[in-house]
Design a protein around this ligand. Structure first.
Ligand SMILES: C[S@@+](CC[C@H](N)C(=O)[O-])C[C@H]1O[C@@H](n2cnc3c(N)ncnc32)[C@H](O)[C@@H]1O
Length: 289
């Protein structure tokens, strides 16, 4: 721990913010790497006497902030951490930074199954950092879950995140293409969730630098119309789901109706488009027969 005067720190902070960037990202950096939380900051702004303790020196924090400003590197990758629902997760550039809108998937599951549900077998396709599966495995200790990803490096991040949170063993990770690792689970799954890559090729080219230059392409690209992976997942789902099992998919802001039609075509019932907090039809859900 390094001790510096609060006045010196506040002067330095003002100087950093004058270079650009948003206050939220700077607060994130101070919290994750400096060990100064938002409530510490509020207190220091009101009371600037005395000293404070930092986990890293100002020069180091400044170099990270400048990297963020100059190269548009996501602050979460630079800090190696992100917050998602009530989880603090490790992230590297091998995994997508889990998005706030995706948090709603857990609320959809709560709505369908209630917060106390007996044994159930769930799967997640394309787990990335493991956020969704870990949140479910922790919320439902009596459930058993399996999660896949095509990328072994992503699975290492997900496994690390799971082990950090849990001594439970109700979640296992498998490497492979969508349903392929689940051959032995055919007809057995009660719930499947996927937030697959769904960005159309043309749109990908126009994504902001902080996404396109840093987040894994394989986590984003969904082919010409963005629906390549969603289509494959839905078409094969009937082989793996039990009767009355639920499928919950995240999709791009304008894909809800097309995903709804795909579910109906593949014999799903109770098909519904669910909005995210901005009112966008971000999720499409259905029950198999
Ligand atoms: C949009 S990210 C979602 C990550 C995480 N579930 C989340 O919501 O933050 C899609 C994930 O699917 C994985 N993926 C891409 N193609 C895949 C495939 N053919 N089979 C399995 N996983 C795949 C990517 O590696 C990535 O982790």
């Amino acid at each position: 721990m390094l001790s510096i005067s609060v006045k010196e720190f506040l002067f330095w902070k003002k100087k950093q913010l004058s270079k650009g960037g948003d206050h939220q990202s700077f607060a994130f950096l101070l919290d994750c790497l400096g060990g100064i939380s938002k409530s510490d900051l509020n207190f220091l702004n009101l009371n600037s006497d005395g000293n404070l303790y930092l986990k890293k020196n100002l020069g180091y924090l400044e170099s990270i902030w400048e990297d963020h400003l100059l190269n548009s590197s996501p602050i979460q990758y630079l800090c190696g951490i992100t917050f998602w629902r009530d989880l603090k997760l490790t992230v590297t550039d091998k995994v997508l930074i889990p998005r706030p809108e995706t948090e709603i998937i857990i609320d959809i599951v709560f709505r369908i199954f209630g917060k106390k549900s007996k044994e159930l077998f769930f799967a997640e396709l394309g787990t990335g950092s493991g956020a969704i599966s870990i949140a479910l495995a922790l919320a439902y200790p009596s459930w058993y879950g399996v999660a896949t990803d095509i990328d072994q490096d992503a699975l290492e991040v997900a496994t690390k995140n799971y082990v950090n949170y849990s001594k439970q063993s109700n979640l296992k990770f498998y490497c492979g293409h969508w349903w392929t690792p689940f051959e032995s689970f055919k007809g057995k799954l009660d719930l499947v969730i996927s937030n697959p890559p769904y960005i159309p090729n043309d749109t990908y080219e126009k994504l902001p630098k902080e996404v396109k230059n840093f987040e894994p392409k394989i986590a984003l690209l969904g082919g010409k119309d963005g629906l390549k992976h969603i289509r494959e997942i839905i078409e094969k789902a009937p082989l793996y789901l039990r009767e009355k099992a639920w499928l919950i998919m995240e999709n791009h802001f304008d894909q809800g109706e097309k995903v709804r039609q795909l579910l109906i075509k593949n014999e799903f019932k109770s098909v519904e488009i669910v909005n995210d907090l901005s009112g966008v039809g971000r999720f499409t859900i259905g029950r198999y027969k």
